[in-house]
Design a protein. Structure first.
Ligand SMILES: Nc1ncnc2c1ncn2[C@@H]1O[C@H](COP(=O)(O)OP(=O)(O)O)[C@@H](O)[C@H]1O
Ligand SMILES: [Mg+2]
Lengths: 342, 336
């Protein structure tokens, strides 16, 4: 189980992991100025597990997941030591085989559900398309299944919604349709990329509840990307913290909230009470995530870190095992939340 | 829907009146008159000339002539050709199918290749393919029709001998005009040779007339596709595991068609103007050639009526395009 040193387990050959990513790099831009939007990311998800991914905007959360889905386009480049799903290697797989998995066994929902639905097609048709593509389900049987899905995501008066167009739906309804589409083929893994960020606060809670219920019913793996650490604390079993394209800490849920090891995680936790939607800036950290042109040389957090030491400016820390997880810091915080250089 | 049509009619009627004034004024600005042209400028018997002018009502003040014309028009009378003495509408209806066939062929050519070129350029954006396609489109767009037509005739017809130089069909075939569209009529006639001949005659004029619309459609399709391909719903379509061609042709193209349809509507006007030139180059017996001949003969009723009928067609096509929006875009359909 992922509750112990996941990284080490993952090193050992064919894993029992649902999603197994090792040393993932995603690079944009060519020539002498490439930009590593994702650098050396490791990520494992066990069957039926809920993993939260947190980090400010621009940390590389979405790009990591899009790479796993095979949705990074040239000139973006994806490399990894391992990228496998349910024991199958996604890196060497033929595109056709991969397309059979994507949308069926792994599916993804996005932040802005309303713009994620095609405005030119009725909701029912967009759902039917998924069923036709992956399950060869057509006609009356397919329509019945679509209705069932819409009811499963608790869309009232589902029958009349079949012929509705996306512009006739609210944001919450659109996200429910997206979820229906994502679970249409009973996926083993659902990736939810900030699924509630664009919604009203009251609707946010409903959608979260729906997602967690569906996860439990279908025993799906769920990757939940969110700014809302309170939600993560409630539903996730494990949290991965990303910063500037790297994983800076990952740990089981109670630990990461009680004893964060990385200063960045600590800062994220401090920002919870503010609960600012979008959380662009953090309460205790000045500045923003370094982008393409201002990545520092040493530790990527060094310009913003309250505990920064000379070595942090010059050397890049590795992800090292902590009590039950791992953290990327030379002076990982102790149980009292103080840096280990004293 | 009915409200929408009424609203459009409110615009159409003043436009129409404006066109009658313009058509009337323009043809009378050109020096000379039908009688002079018919008789030749020298050796005119002044008495006969005055009589002829009177018979045609051309001795009245211009404003009276115009009101007279408008009065007849309101009764559905477009007048009679001075040269042939045949009603203008009858001449128009006899010749229009030839122009329609040419225009449809040209638009079909422009649509197929324009859409394909635009899609390929957008999908291969920034590559050699993209630059080549767009360079060719720019060249096509700036090509003068007359020059382009003559080049094609010289190379394809004269030098290579692949297609005939002019007309709609070889004279050896005598085809009964059932629909007026030569391709269909020859098919009905059951003579395979006639159909091939009609097709061969149609190809070059259609290419010449379709080149500019092709270029415009290609550029519009490319930019619309580039915009649409960045949309979130394209990412969704790909996340569904759909094939690339399905994502592009079903999810992207449908949304990119909106601006393209607008452009096609606008191109119909340009195209009818182009048809006049193209028909002249290829001696294509349509309304373009008819109008040019009528201007030469100062055949006032034909010129006025012809312009009016062409304008009506353009207005009608644009109305159809507006309706087509609703079919393509559900947002418009439901807003109405
Ligand atoms: N297609 C792309 N081309 C270039 N840079 C990109 C592209 N997609 C994302 N990025 C960059 O990668 C970084 C990480 O982005 P993203 O994964 O969207 O962040 P997050 O989801 O954590 O907010 C950002 O700096 C972003 O600007
Ligand atoms: Mg994101």
């Amino acid at each position: 189980m992922p509750t112990t040193h996941t990284l080490d387990i993952a090193n050992a050959g064919g894993s029992s992991m649902l999603l197994d990513i090792k040393n993932l790099d995603v690079t944009f831009g060519a020539g002498d100025n490439p930009f590593r939007a994702v650098a050396g990311v490791d990520l494992q998800v066990a069957p039926g597990e809920i993993v939260g991914i947190v980090g400010e905007s621009g940390s590389g959360k979405s790009v990591t997941m899009l790479a796993a889905m095979g949705l990074i386009d040239a000139p973006g480049r994806v490399t990894a030591d391992r990228l496998s799903f349910a024991g199958r290697d996604l890196l060497t797989m033929k595109p056709r085989e991969k397309r059979a998995i994507v949308g069926a066994e792994i599916s993804m929902i996005f932040q802005d559900a309303q713009t994620s639905l095609n405005p030119a097609y009725a909701v029912g048709d967009q759902l039917l398309e998924t069923l036709a593509e992956h399950q060869n389900l057509k006609g009356a049987a397919a329509r019945a299944r679509v209705l069932e899905l819409l009811e499963q995501v608790e869309i009232p008066d589902a029958k009349s919604r079949l012929s509705a167009y996306p512009h006739q739906l609210s944001g919450g309804m659109s996200q429910r349709v997206m979820i229906a589409m994502a679970i249409a083929c009973n996926p083993k893994l659902l990736i939810a990329d900030e699924p509630t960020t664009a919604l009203d606060v009251t609707v946010q809670a409903q959608i979260m509840e729906l997602l967690v219920n569906l996860q439990r019913q279908n025993n799906m793996g769920l990757i939940l990307i969110t700014h809302d650490l309170a939600v993560v604390a409630e539903v996730a079993q494990r949290v991965v913290v990303m910063y500037a394209g790297e994983v800076v800490e990952q740990s089981p849920v109670p630990d990461i909230f009680n004893t964060p090891r990385h200063p960045y995680t600590q800062a994220l936790l401090c920002s919870i009470p503010e609960h600012s939607k979008g959380a662009e800036r953090l309460a205790t950290l000045s500045g923003v995530v370094p982008g393409r042109y201002d990545r520092p040389k040493g530790c990527l957090l060094s310009p913003r870190c309250p505990y920064v030491q000379p070595v942090c400016h010059n050397e890049h820390p590795l992800l090292e095992a902590t009590h039950r997880g791992s953290a990327r810091c030379f002076f990982a915080l102790d149980d009292a939340g103080r840096p280990s250089h004293g | 829907m009915i409200q929408f049509l009424l609203k459009r009619l409110g615009v159409v009627i003043p436009t129409f009146l404006g066109i009658t004034v313009l058509a009337f004024a323009l043809i009378h600005v050109i020096p000379g008159d039908p009688v002079l042209v018919m008789l030749g400028e020298r050796n005119i018997d002044p008495t006969y000339y005055r009589e002829a002018m009177h018979r045609l009502g051309l001795d009245l003040p211009l404003w009276q002539q115009y009101l007279h014309y408008l009065g007849n028009l309101l009764q559905g009378d477009l007048g009679t050709s001075i040269k042939t003495n045949i009603p203008v509408l009858q001449e128009f209806l006899a010749l229009f199918p030839a122009t329609l066939e040419l225009s449809l062929a040209a638009m079909g050519f422009a649509l197929v290749f324009g859409l394909a070129a635009g899609i390929v350029a957008a999908v291969k954006r920034g590559t050699v393919v993209d630059h080549t396609v767009m360079g060719a489109a720019l060249t096509g767009y700036s090509m003068p029709i007359f020059w382009w037509g003559l080049i094609l005739i010289m190379v394809v017809s004269v030098h290579l001998g692949l297609t005939p130089v002019s007309g709609r069909i070889d004279i050896e075939y005598d085809i009964a005009p059932i629909t007026g569209l030569m391709l269909i009529d020859t098919l009905i006639s059951g003579e395979p040779g006639a159909f091939v001949s009609a097709l061969e005659h149609l190809i070059l004029p259609a290419i010449v007339l379709g080149t500019i619309p092709l270029a415009v459609i290609a550029r519009m399709t490319r930019s619309a596709m580039l915009e649409v391909l960045r949309e979130d719903y394209i990412r969704t379509a790909r996340a569904k595991g759909l094939s690339r061609s399905r994502v592009i042709l079903k999810h992207a193209l449908r949304n990119a068609l909106m601006p393209v349809v607008t452009v096609i509507g606008l191109q119909v006007g340009t195209m009818l103007a182009g048809a006049v030139l193209t028909e002249t180059i290829f001696s294509w017996p349509g309304i373009g050639k008819w109008l040019i001949d009528a201007i030469g003969a100062r055949d006032y009723p034909v010129v006025q009526g012809g312009i009016l009928l062409i304008a009506s067609m353009i207005i009608l096509v644009n109305l159809l395009v507006d309706l087509l929006y609703g079919v393509i875009n559900p947002r418009i359909r439901h807003a109405r």
